[in-house]
Write a protein that binds this ligand. Structure first.
Ligand SMILES: [Zn+2]
Length: 417
């Protein structure tokens, strides 16, 4: 589920073109060679697949076709309807056979005798899980998992267009770009990475049966952005994993709870409220903080000003983009104090409280955007952004040193121009 979310995010983050999708195809790992055939003078080792010795069967492998059901497949392998019926009934609480999806792999084990009847049907909903329908004696249906092995990999690149493209050119799964963009979301604006920026990364790649099933976690990375090094190191403390920099600070940033130092929350975020000026019910997609005209309004997080303007409804307002996920907006200012394109830090004054636009009295309407839609910032559950705790500092420094050495040793791939 998380991956799905990240994928959606990635498109926003990297802002690249559709042809990128072609790179989503899993990249075969060329370093891994197929297992060598068994030495001839020893007894061949049994072939165990899905926990079954498959030597004693004729093995058929296939891919579920559109509109193909369990019955279509099994009938071909001499399983009568009555038995299929039993299978379906028995599988009810284990696996819903209606979920067999086109494009997924299956394996059929048939007896080697003249009948050649199916003995086992194995369905693979993904590259790790499988479901066995064993019809040998009494029907038994069970789930299993293939062994996943993790290999530590490394990659590097010099940006020439996007992080995505750079990784694709380096023959590395661009899914890594999504992971990296996530790690550095608060430090680097991936819309603004420039030609000449470079990165080195140590990450996990997961394998099943010698085949890559994708990029796992980023363990450490150095991203050089505008000639400045940003280091990230994955570290687990009190069973929570997070990314920290070379100074053991969290890479995440928290938002200020309110854009005013002293202000009173006068109207919360609601999908329905009576608008005091328009005299009708409409959603209030912000949080109002009342304060005297002229009270400074602060940026609740670091970011770039993407709007500083006036509209009839908003009055004078400023909008800040914090990273590819979050933006904030501040309305009804008496005076704006930030220009478009300006980098602002958390706590910087970006304007002053007023009542311009549709407002009854001086207040700031604070709007919080997450992935393009407005949300209630008071209900957002932000991960902690605390540094490595003193109790874990020694262990962190050891980890950091280990990974920093590893990252530094990676040879930088130059951009192909
Ligand atoms: Zn408001």
């Amino acid at each position: 589920m998380k991956r799905g979310k990240i994928l959606a995010l990635a498109l926003i983050i990297i802002g690249t073109t559709i042809f990128i999708w072609t790179y989503f195809q899993p990249i075969e790992n060329n370093n891994l060679q197929k297992e060598n055939s068994i030495v001839t003078d020893s007894i061949p080792e049994p072939v165990i697949e899905y926990g079954i010795n498959t030597d004693s069967f004729t093995v058929y492998k296939g891919i579920i076709k559109p509109n193909e059901f369990l019955a279509n497949i099994l009938l071909k392998y001499k399983i009568p309807y009555t038995e299929i019926d039993q299978l379906v009934n028995k599988s009810e609480n284990i696996f819903n056979v209606k979920k067999l999806a086109a494009g997924k792999k299956y394996t059929i084990l048939c007896s080697k005798d003249s009948l050649g009847k199916a003995q086992c049907f194995i369905y693979e909903p993904n590259s790790i899980d499988y479901v066995v329908f064993d019809m040998r004696d009494t029907i038994s249906i069970y789930k299993g998992k293939k062994e996943v092995t993790t290999k530590i990999q490394q990659a590097s690149g010099t940006i020439k267009s996007s992080l995505y493209q750079t990784l694709a050119d380096a023959n590395v799964s661009p899914v890594l770009a999504i992971e990296m963009a996530d790690v550095f979301a608060w430090t680097i604006d991936f819309y603004r990475i420039q030609k000449g920026d470079w990165f080195k990364v140590v990450y996990e790649e997961r394998f099943v049966e010698g085949k890559s099933i994708g990029v796992g976690r980023v363990l450490a990375s150095n991203f050089n952005h505008y000639n400045k090094d940003f280091f990230a190191c994955y570290f687990v403390q009190d069973s929570i994993g997070d990314y920290f920099d070379a100074e053991a600070n969290s890479l995440r940033r928290a938002f200020l709870k309110s854009p005013l130092k002293f202000g009173r929350l006068t109207s919360g975020f609601t999908m329905r409220r009576f608008h005091p000026v328009q005299k009708r019910n409409k959603p209030h997609l912000g949080t109002d903080y009342a304060a005297p005209t002229g009270t400074p309004i602060m940026a609740t997080g670091d970011g770039i000003v993407i709007a500083s303007s006036y509209t009839g409804g908003n009055g004078n307002y400023v909008k800040i983009k914090h990273n590819s996920t979050y933006s904030t907006q501040y309305l009804h200012m008496s005076k704006r104090g930030a220009k478009v394109g300006q980098h602002v830090m958390q706590g910087d004054v970006i304007g002053y409280v007023g009542s311009t636009g549709l407002a009854t009295g001086p207040h700031v309407c604070y709007r919080f955007w997450k992935n393009g839609s407005q949300t209630n910032h008071l209900k957002e559950d932000f991960p902690p952004s605390k540094p490595v705790e003193p109790a874990h500092l020694k262990r962190y420094k050891k980890e950091l040193k280990k990974y920093k050495t590893k990252v530094d040793k990676i040879k930088l791939k130059k951009a192909v121009i």
